[in-house]
Design a protein around this ligand. Structure first.
Ligand SMILES: O=C(O)C(=O)C[C@]1(C(=O)O)C=C[C@@H](O)C=C1
Length: 347
């Protein structure tokens, strides 16, 4: 079995940083907004060396790349699930957890927003990562020999058209790098994994095809979570962003308009508004367990996830939150952090 070379994102990654202007994960209009940087491998220095960041998956998962992008000096802590990564922080086995919450192909990952609500961690940083999917196989195996492909369900879904063309049976496993490890440990010669080019390099597999995702522009937004809020940088150092959740009793359109007005009347720009409304989407009600008041386990049919530009220390932001709280049954600020308009591209 091939030995897994150590993960060294610092020394040999090729990193591009793409800018997206309005805070949404959009493709830049022209290639001029794509700038190569960090040629020496040094990404943004955030956090202290030795900071432990818990992620879901095995070494080489996209979530681990996101963790290393957020905190280049960190030690990553592999976990079986996102819930385990959060539990690792709660039990002091890690200092931060990283979770994907949104992708250009999938939209909001409500599964993970739900986790944010069920636990008392705060968002301290956002990271947008370009996700390249490759078809990886054991050394020497050709595409014609393949019968099956394994990967994280999201990766399989994002590569649906390519997999249809290849005519391979699909099987979901816990994470992309975990799929690669399975190929190796079970010496699978008729099975491929979908994972990143980095995972191929780490585990020594062949890349049979690249750019497998159905949409060429495939960006996932990750959030870095901490038990304690980090000191807010001075507002002069750049734009801040705040994420919050609002639940209300109904009359959705009126409430939606009132929320929009609370922001727009104060000239606060929204960067995300996700409405989880069963009458609009056929989704079930959201159960909110607010861990800070354990008695409060409630079912709310109408929940909004809102991100906006500004810090919770800004007077106008405080006023907007107060106004929204006056007509909502539940408001929780999930975190306030520096807005990062870049898309990091590691391969
Ligand atoms: O399996 C991985 O590598 C992960 O990091 C998980 C995950 C996800 O949960 O969406 C993260 C980003 C990619 O979109 C695919 C999978």
């Amino acid at each position: 079995m091939a030995a897994a070379p150590s993960l060294n994102l610092q020394s040999n990654l090729h990193s591009l940083k793409r800018t997206f202007s309005n805070g949404r994960l959009r493709k830049p209009r022209s290639s001029s907004s794509i700038v190569a940087l960090h040629q020496n491998g040094s990404l943004r220095s955030h956090g202290t060396p030795g900071l432990r960041v818990a992620f879901q998956g095995s070494t080489g998962a996209y979530s681990e790349f996101a963790a290393k992008t957020a905190c280049p000096e960190c030690a990553t802590v592999p976990c079986r699930s996102f819930a385990d990564a959060i539990a690792a922080v709660e039990r002091d086995r890690a200092d931060r957890a990283i979770v994907p919450v949104e992708s250009t192909m999938e939209g909001t990952a409500l599964r993970n927003y739900d986790l944010l609500l069920r636990h008392d961690l705060r968002i301290v940083q956002e990271i947008n990562l370009f996700v390249h999917y490759c078809l990886l196989a054991m050394p020497g195996v050709s595409t014609a020999e393949l019968r099956r492909v394994i990967s994280h369900p999201m990766a399989l879904a994002h590569c649906g058209r390519a997999l249809e063309r290849l005519g391979l049976d699909r099987e979901a496993v816990e994470d992309t790098a975990g799929a690669v490890k399975m190929l190796l440990s079970e010496q699978m010669l008729d099975t491929a994994a979908i994972a990143s080019p980095r995972a191929a390099a780490i585990y020594g597999l062949d890349v049979l095809a690249g750019g497998l995702q159905d949409e060429s522009w495939n960006v996932t937004r990750f959030l870095l979570l901490s038990k304690l809020p980090e000191p807010l940088p001075p507002s002069s150092s750049g734009k801040m962003k705040t994420s919050m959740v609002v639940a209300h009793r109904g009359g959705s359109m009126t409430v939606l308009l009132k929320i929009l007005s609370a922001f727009s009347s104060r000239d606060i720009s929204l960067t995300k508004l996700e409405v989880n409304n069963p009458t609009m989407e056929g989704k079930g009600p959201v159960i909110i367990l607010d861990v800070r008041s354990p008695a409060m386990l409630k079912t709310f049919p109408h929940v909004l996830y809102v991100d906006f530009e500004g810090s919770i220390e800004d007077e106008k932001v405080k006023e907007a939150i107060d106004e929204i709280s006056s007509f909502s049954v539940f408001v929780r600020v999930l975190g306030c952090y520096a807005a990062d308009p870049h898309v990091y591209d590691l391969y």
